[in-house]
Design a protein around this ligand. Structure first.
Ligand code: IMP
Ligand code: MG
Length: 217
């Protein structure tokens, strides 16, 4: 436990509020989104490098226990697939390998850039163990899911979220594993969407006013 706490406190990858990010022209961004984004905040390569390390931490901490990896759709699908790929690669090369099975659940909590009153839950028949998520803002979606998971009396539940937003709206909830702590801005890309758009963008970027208007419901 102490080891885990130390890791959380020391190895928190914070993207500061005044982070300028990178010019879009430095990277490949789909033509159809070029006018809709401000800056690249987390390039795809950095996401992959951080995910590789999260996979190592998880496999080490799980110490050979069977993991049911539950993907929270839709926003978590890319992160989930990449995290599992790294876990599988580790599994092939260590003594204490971890048996992995997968399941999927769909949660809906947003319209435009606003949180819905109710979190909608769809699917997921075998609810337990390790939950892979895109982003935690207030923590409300994850807390809804956790109370649902706990009804199935899982042995242990660990939550991995690629992003956690620093926001006044936070309930104080923190996942067990965090990829990056990010500023309170609406982010898209790497499966994070704005009304279903921008999931087909590899980098995590800041949405601009043009994009907000163009894809508004
Ligand atoms: P929470 O319930 O407030 O923690 O919100 C988490 C959910 O809101 C995520 O699973 C996303 O669907 C959505 N969300 C929150 N912030 C963002 C963002 O910056 N970009 C895209 N989706 C977001
Ligand atoms: Mg969404």
């Amino acid at each position: 436990m102490l080891k885990l706490m130390t890791r959380i406190l020391l190895w928190n990858f914070k993207i500061p509020d005044d982070e300028k990010g990178h010019d879009l022209n430095l990277f490949c961004v789909p033509k159809h989104y070029e006018e809709d984004l401000d800056r690249v905040i987390i390039p795809h390569g950095l996401i992959m490098d951080r995910t590789e390390r999260l996979a190592r931490n998880i496999v080490q901490d799980m110490g050979g226990c069977h993991i049911v990896a539950l993907c929270v759709l839709k926003g978590g699908y890319t992160f989930f697939a990449d995290l599992l790929d790294y876990m599988k690669a580790l599994n092939q090369n260590i003594d204490k390998s971890v048996p992995l099975t997968v399941d999927f659940i769909r949660l809906k909590s947003y319209c435009d850039d606003q949180s819905l009153v109710d979190v909608k839950v769809m699917g997921g028949d075998e609810l337990s163990a390790l939950t892979g998520k895109d982003i935690v803002e207030t923590g409300r979606t994850m807390q809804t899911l956790l109370s649902l998971l706990n009804k199935h009396n899982p042995k242990i539940v660990k939550v991995v979220s690629l992003l956690v937003k620093r926001t006044q709206k936070s309930s104080g909830y923190r996942p067990d594993y965090i990829g990056f702590e990010v500023p309170d801005k609406f982010l898209v890309g790497y499966a994070l969407d704005y009304n279903e758009y921008f999931r087909d963008l590899s980098h995590i970027c800041i949405l601009n006013e043009n994009g907000r208007e163009k894809y508004k419901k």
